[in-house]
Design a protein around this ligand. Structure first.
Ligand code: FAD
Ligand code: MG
Length: 359
């Protein structure tokens, strides 16, 4: 009898042990899945972070590809690299310049978005941006005369393009300087997402400094929760959360690149109508969209427009998911599309709907 019961106990003990081992293995697997493969580097003038999740044996290879891609992207678009397409275009203003397909397409897109936003986003603003040098050790307040002169060479409609069998060419007028800083990070994120998806990545987060992009679902198997930075506060302090999958969340604000002179803040988002930092009554604009280049250009444009003009634009172009925070930080203006995925977490901020007109 005892021997028979002893056998039973051993069987129970074995079953319990197997169960424990199984649970341990599952937990290890979960941990493995939740632990990202990360690439952190200083690219595009900012700290960039690419984190891949999931059991992806090819993750390290995909990260190496991502690094290579970001370096190549800089070689085409950086104004700080003399041989880049953008630098050559600016140096040879007035002449036709052969450029890469990537540059050709992005400049065409930038011109279209400049039309759409009636010049609030203006890729030809480079001459004015260079006068201010905001974010560099030589940042300064230019003379009014200098600004007025530079503004005369900012007409984006004068950017010409020509594509033929022998290549793609762009020409900007003499005196003009292109600056794709307000759209290029978005395009980089779009291209990088495409590359990672092709490499089989199912879950990832890409942070290109102000441009957050996610692939698929979060490691917990739900939408990603992405915090919107509270302006003028320490990094990581949020006023609201976006929860979504396969999305790009781009924020523009005056607080990242700015300087103070005689008690006044001068920042890097220029109002192309005045040549001065936009005084739009806003402290940040976030646009949420699957197309990161569009989101990037739009959030800069909406910031320049300010609440009233932005509301009219958003009514006309229904479906854009945008969150605009007032300069006082007391009101968040949220479009109907954004309300579906955005939640205010700061109860001291009032929520007001804008852009809910025709679709
Ligand atoms: P956004 O609001 O998206 O864009 C603002 C920027 O766009 C301004 O800084 C200005 O350049 C331009 N701009 C201002 N007003 C307007 C307007 N009305 N319409 C259109 N554009 C406007 N930074 C460095 O300091 N060093 C580097 O070496 C460097 N290399 C870079 C290389 C590449 C390929 C790219 C894409 C960016 C690089 N940057 C570099 C960063 C760049 O200078 C900007 O800081 C950044 O792109 C601005 O992004 P944002 O999200 O801060 O602001
Ligand atoms: Mg932008």
């Amino acid at each position: 009898m005892l021997a028979k019961n002893g056998g039973k106990y051993i069987l129970f003990a074995l079953a319990a042990l197997l169960l424990c081992l199984f649970a341990l293995h599952a937990a290890q697997q979960r941990e493995e899945t939740a632990k990202p493969h990360v690439l952190e580097s200083f690219r595009l003038g900012t700290v960039t972070r690419v984190a891949l999740y999931g059991e992806n044996a090819a993750a390290e290879k995909a990260l190496a590809e991502a690094d290579k891609f970001l370096r190549e992207f800089e070689r085409i678009f950086s104004v700080n690299i003399a041989s880049s397409d953008i630098s050559r275009l600016n140096a040879k203003a007035g002449e036709w310049v052969a450029v890469s397909g990537e540059c050709f397409r992005l400049v065409e897109r930038a011109r279209e978005l400049a039309e759409l936003t009636e010049g609030a986003f203006n890729p030809a603003i480079g001459g004015v941006v260079r006068l201010w040098r905001t974010g560099t050790p030589d940042q300064r307040i230019p003379e009014r005369g200098e600004i007025e002169k530079a503004l005369q060479s900012c007409d984006y409609r004068k950017i010409e393009s020509r594509a033929s069998e022998d290549g793609r060419y762009l020409r900007i007028p003499r005196g003009m300087e292109l600056d794709l800083g307000a759209i290029a990070k978005g395009r980089a994120a779009d291209m990088l997402k495409e590359k990672l998806r092709e490499a089989g990545v199912k879950s990832a987060i890409i942070d290109l400094g102000g441009n957050l992009d996610v692939i698929g679902l979060s490691p917990e198997g739900r939408g990603w929760r992405l915090g919107l930075q509270r302006p003028w506060s320490p990094r990581g302090e949020y006023f609201g959360i976006v929860e979504a999958e396969d999305i790009s969340v781009v924020t523009s604000g005056p607080y990242e690149r700015c300087f103070e002179k005689d008690g006044k803040i001068y920042h890097h988002i220029i109002d192309p109508a005045s040549g001065f930092p936009a005084e739009s009554g806003l402290s940040s604009v976030t646009v949420i969209d699957g197309d990161s280049a569009l989101a990037d250009a739009l959030c800069t444009a909406l910031f320049v427009m300010g609440r009233d003009r932005a509301a009219k634009f958003l009514e006309k172009n229904g479906g854009v998911a945008a969150v605009l925070l007032s300069a006082s930080g007391k009101t968040a203006f949220v479009t109907p599309a954004a309300r579906k995925i955005f939640r205010l977490t700061d109860e001291n901020i009032a929520l007001e709907e804008i852009g809910g007109g025709s679709r």
